[in-house]
Design a binder for this molecule. Structure first.
Ligand SMILES: Nc1nc2c(ncn2[C@@H]2O[C@H](COP(=O)(O)OP(=O)(O)OP(=O)(O)O)[C@@H](O)[C@H]2O)c(=O)[nH]1
Ligand SMILES: [Mg+2]
Length: 354
């Protein structure tokens, strides 16, 4: 097997040289950014190092060779590329993830998802080592599932006040109605509702409808003082569910006032996130709310997506537990509180790995 290492200023230049020196059948095994020259770490030049080969059975060899490479390699994860003039660097995906053999290709695609990209290298090594130990894909699925179970946290909020925050339209009010029914009908608790979402008439009416169906007291609070008064009126309730308008929480003044007047040690503040949103957007939403004393996350619209990997990715990024998952528009039935085992299985199944 002819292996060639090329150092060049840019990826384009390196590709051009591979094509010139090895021809169009060359296969890229490895690429990485390196620094050369300089004195005591100063004035070093950035270069690109590329390892290419000309050999039959390219794919398997690329997988083996790349998985054995150690020192901070940056690898090409697509099919080892035949270099055609019209392709070049634009199509090369860079990642530090080892290549997976053919039977595990579905995982390779999965680990390129933005929600788990920061763990891709570690997870692919876990999958690979399990595969080579057990020599079957089921063993590899199980290794991934166990790892997800280990990291996922599922926690029921225990506080008397449960306040839902989150961007518009994610399902805060619908989830409050589902929770109210669950606490009242299944747990036999006395439930009270407060809404601070007074921007839209329809928002109050939406919650009032559910309150009437369940015969629950509903308080409408237009400001923090009214919120205090509402708490007093609901003092005989075991659990008080608080609905909010997402936009309130973009107003730093509102948040400061709320934090001054409301004792969050008695409140589980839960951020509601829709699983239909892109992971990048979910991260941005989280950044908007992260300064609040969040106790956990609620994921909605699990029925509308096949991607539940976001839940695992967000656990890694936030270290917050999952409080509930909602799986449809029906009140009260489309609410679920799975344990970590069940949630991990749901993630794997939804991703089509089983
Ligand atoms: N498919 C699906 N739809 C849901 C789910 N939860 C809520 N919805 C729908 O999402 C839409 C918005 O729900 P709301 O509860 O009004 O959302 P919200 O966060 O209170 O919205 P704002 O008060 O406007 O901020 C409604 O059509 C709900 O039926 C779910 O789990 N699955
Ligand atoms: Mg609402």
């Amino acid at each position: 097997m002819m292996v060639k290492k090329i150092v060049a200023d840019t990826m384009g230049e390196a590709m051009e040289r591979v094509k010139r020196e090895l021809g169009e059948d060359a296969v890229i095994l490895n690429t990485r950014n390196i620094k050369v020259g300089g004195l005591f770490g100063f004035f070093q030049q950035k270069k690109v190092e590329l390892v290419a080969t000309l050999e039959e059975n390219k794919k398997e060899q690329a997988a083996t060779l790349v998985s054995k490479t150690t020192e901070n390699p940056v690898r090409t994860v697509q099919e080892p590329a035949r270099i055609r003039p019209d392709e070049q660097e634009a199509k090369v995906v860079m990642t530090t993830m080892p290549r997976l053999p053919e039977p595990l290709i579905a995982y390779e695609q999965l680990l390129l998802e933005p929600s788990v990209s920061s763990m891709a290298e570690e997870l692919s090594e876990l999958i690979l080592s399990s595969y080579y130990r057990t020599n079957d894909t089921a063993g590899a699925v199980e290794a991934l599932r166990s790892r997800i179970v280990r990291d996922l946290k599922v926690e029921t909020p225990e506080s008397r006040f449960i306040m839902l925050v989150g961007p518009t339209g994610v399902g805060k009010t619908t989830t409050i109605a589902k929770l109210a029914a669950d606490y009242q009908l299944n747990k036999g608790m006395k439930v009270g509702l407060i809404t601070t979402d007074t921007y839209r008439i329809a928002a109050v009416e939406q919650l009032r409808t559910y309150a009437e169906i369940l015969s629950l007291p509903l308080e409408v609070a237009y400001d923090a003082a009214e919120f205090e008064a509402a708490k007093v009126r609901l003092q005989d309730c075991d659990v008080i569910l608080v609905d909010t308008a997402g936009r309130n929480f973009r107003d730093a003044g509102y948040v400061r006032q709320l934090e001054r007047r409301h004792d969050f040690s008695d409140t589980s503040l839960l951020l509601v996130l829709s699983l239909t949103a892109k992971f990048k957007d979910i991260e941005k939403i989280f950044a908007q709310f992260r300064h609040l004393p969040l106790a956990g996350l609620i994921y909605t619209k699990a029925d509308e997506t096949s991607d539940l990997l976001t839940i695992f990715g967000m656990t890694d990024k936030t270290d917050l537990p999952v409080a509930w998952l909602t799986t449809g528009q029906e009140v009260p039935e489309d609410l679920c509180q799975p344990d970590a085992e069940r949630l991990a299985s749901m993630i794997i199944e939804k991703e089509g790995l089983r």
